[in-house]
Design a protein around this ligand. Structure first.
Ligand code: FAD
Length: 482
């Protein structure tokens, strides 16, 4: 039986393990830390449960497919619901906006609040998403013939009107007119850690994830996505070895023969890397590549986890408190590489839907701002300063003394994100997509040099975020099958 080694047990690694196992390989997953999941972690504190990393769950069919691959009933492993509200938005002038996942209801609400008719452009964005995702998000784009497919032919009218050299912000300004509405649509650039003022306008299709298919909520927390998949993988014979950080490889010509950890050596026929390539290529493979400059990296995150002794009824599962000057925020993030002085704040509260996640009349707040991937900047003093700023801003928005209501607090800094998930500089998604070349030409899913080395996960094609990591494993499956 042929053998496969997967390096890293993030969502990309575990889904690749399931797919390659199905191809008939004996699969072993080597995970450098003491648990699976990578960025998909959780913890509890004083009766509150917190999702540690990702909180927004879209395209659940990509998870379901993995259970279907083995003819399993997904309900026996993983339970989730659709949620009607994508996000609640709060602006400093007091405007509040509820973004519904249903595209028509969303457009109606926009008309009510800002008087702008977005129905036509929303339909166009959803259509652009449907036509372009088979090309950019589901195909490996490893060879020139990948461009001569039916999908590319069908999408030609869309591809020619995409506005390749226009930024997302320029596109949004043209179609959404109102500054607050433009800010709402600009925010989608942050879903892959980029700036709306630089990332190409094709990134508008990200909004279709929420307003076509919808927003979902795993009933037992985001981590249940990975624990359910790992359970399935173990049942079907995938072996997981924890605390096995791969530190080197042995190759012969253009073929990897084995990988080493500090304790063991593992040989295999194919190797699938789920580690951040910006670490793996220079540090493990010893490739002489230029590591990306801070300005080329996606944003990192500064996250605070607060147990809140109050039930804020006006808040939902996902909430955004916008900064007043978005352009300045992104200039500081990506040009000046500074922590924004007036950051946009994201607050995720899973206890809105799962009452077990917090004590009665309390809420579990995951409070996040985007920050540059510069782990060294986040000293203890700096972190306290940021926490105080966020408490002040949110107190003003909600018209309460929030400090009094925080009963416990923890945080996750870019430095800790880097250490805990071995992500280069704590960047959430590897490279940012501020340049067209970075957006379209990330590390491919098959090595150019080694014929039996493949790549999955958020730092490679097609990009970061759970759905794209799951797509990367599908692409690797088809490349290995070839
Ligand atoms: P990772 O999660 O990066 O895991 C890689 C694994 O490989 C780790 O377990 C690591 O220990 C292991 N590893 C690395 N090097 C080695 C080695 N040499 N040897 C052995 N093992 C190794 N995405 C969304 O879809 N929605 C969100 O709302 C969202 N919000 C986010 C918020 C935060 C704070 C963070 C941190 C991320 C967020 N993301 C979100 C991004 C999402 O979490 C990631 O894109 C995705 O989980 C990355 O999965 P991955 O497969 O690349 O692996």
């Amino acid at each position: 039986m042929k053998k496969a080694i997967v390096i890293g047990a993030g969502i990309g690694g575990v889904s690749a393990a399931l797919r390659i196992n199905k191809l008939g390989y004996k699969v072993t997953v080597l995970e450098g830390t003491d648990t699976v999941g990578g960025k998909l972690k959780e913890f509890s504190m004083d009766g509150f449960r917190f999702d540690r990393g990702p909180s927004l769950f879209t395209l659940p069919h990509l998870v379901e497919e993995l259970f279907e691959l083995y003819d399993r009933d997904v309900d026996q492993y993983f339970k989730y619901n659709k949620h009607e509200i994508a996000t609640k938005y709060f602006y400093e002038d007091g405007t509040e906006f509820t973004s519904y996942t249903d595209a028509e209801k969303f457009a109606d609400e926009i008309k009510k609040v800002w008087g702008v008719d977005v129905s036509e452009v929303m339909h166009q964005i959803i259509d652009d998403y449907k036509k372009t995702s088979p090309i950019f998000l589901e195909s490996g784009l490893t060879k020139i013939t990948d461009l001569f497919t039916k999908e590319v032919f069908d999408a030609l009218p869309v591809l020619t009107r995409l506005g390749w050299f226009e930024s997302l912000h320029e596109f949004n300004k043209k179609y959404f007119k109102n500054d607050q509405l433009v800010q709402l649509f600009d925010r989608y650039a942050t879903y892959n850690g980029s700036s709306p003022y630089k990332t190409p306008s094709i990134m508008r299709v990200i909004s279709a994830l929420e307003h076509d298919d919808g927003v979902f909520f795993p009933k037992e927390g985001m981590r249940s996505i990975i624990t359910s998949l790992t359970k399935l993988a173990e049942e079907v014979g995938v072996e997981f070895k924890l605390n096995e950080q791969v530190t080197g490889v042995k190759y012969l010509g253009r073929e990897i023969k084995e990988v080493n950890t500090s304790n063991n050596t593992y040989d295999a026929d194919v190797f699938i890397c789920n580690a951040d390539v910006n670490f793996f290529l220079p540090e493990v493979l010893g490739e002489k590549i230029k590591t990306p400059k801070p300005k080329e990296l996606s944003s990192s995150a500064m996250v605070f986890y607060w147990g809140i002794d109050h039930d804020f009824k006006q808040l939902d599962l996902h909430n955004i408190f916008f900064s007043n000057d978005y352009q300045k925020e992104f200039k500081q993030l990506f040009d000046e590489l500074k922590i924004p002085e007036d950051p946009t704040i994201y607050v995720h509260i899973s206890s809105v839907l799962n009452k077990n996640d917090a004590p009665e009349n309390s809420q579990n707040w995951f409070v996040m701002i985007n920050v540059p991937a510069l782990p060294e900047v986040f000293t203890k003093e700096k972190v306290s300063e940021i926490e105080a700023l966020l408490i002040k801003k949110l107190s003003e928005f909600l018209n309460v003394d929030l400090k009094e209501k925080i009963v416990c607090s923890k945080n996750w800094t870019p430095k800790k994100i880097e250490e805990d998930t071995l992500s280069w500089k704590g960047a959430l998604y590897g490279l940012n997509s501020n340049k067209l070349t970075h957006a379209l030409y990330r590390q491919r899913n098959k090595s150019n040099h080694y014929k039996n080395l493949y790549f999955v996960g958020g730092s490679v094609h097609p990009g970061g975020g759970i759905p794209l990591c799951l797509n990367s494993s599908k692409i690797v499956e088809s490349l290995i099958n070839e």
